[in-house]
Design a protein around this ligand. Sequence first.
Ligand code: MN
Length: 227
Amino acid sequence: MELVVPLEQVTVAVEGTDARFPVRRIYCVGRNYLDHIRETAGADEREPPFFFQKPTDAILLPGEDFPYPSVTEKLHHEIELVVAINKGGANIKAEDALDHIYGYAVGIDMTRRDLQGIAKEMRRPWEAGKSFDHAAPCSEIVPAEKIGHPDKGRIWLAVNGDVKQDGDLEHQIWPVTDAIAHLTTLFELQPGDLIMTGTPAGVGPLVAGDTVTGGIDGIGEISVNVI
Ligand code: MN
């Protein structure tokens, strides 16, 4: 009798090599830039970081189209720095966090904002808003060996060529090292984990037919067609 066919391991290409990075989990940091907190009403600017996850198979690889998701009339883009972990650990200290990072990528935290809003209001989980199929477009990963560990630099996103998000990594409330320190009090990181580190201001709607481009200085760019 044929049982369910096992899923193939999700992998992301490593830029300039034949190597592929096998993805275990995708953690996401909520509210990590002041200007984005201020555009989403009522959030406390000083509360510690919080985290949610997207399923591993929500990764959308370079060259793949993004199908407009069901049951939403308010699909939003969030451009984010993605951190790729190759050395696990619990209770990692901020000053040791860089030793756990293999490299970086550019990602988009696709969000059904209307469903997220309902979830917030009703104190329900965020999965329907954040963790749907294809909700994590991700560029190729660039090894830190090649680019170092960027803690400043422009992070931007454009829709059909119009720039909508234009921030700087140095405006993260919880820099990558602090985010890893907080995250690993809750979860033990493992090699293969990705962390999406939050988005600057300017999030907004996408419709079918849009082309979304974005990038982070020193890391790379991403381009996704919404179909
Ligand atoms: Mn986000």
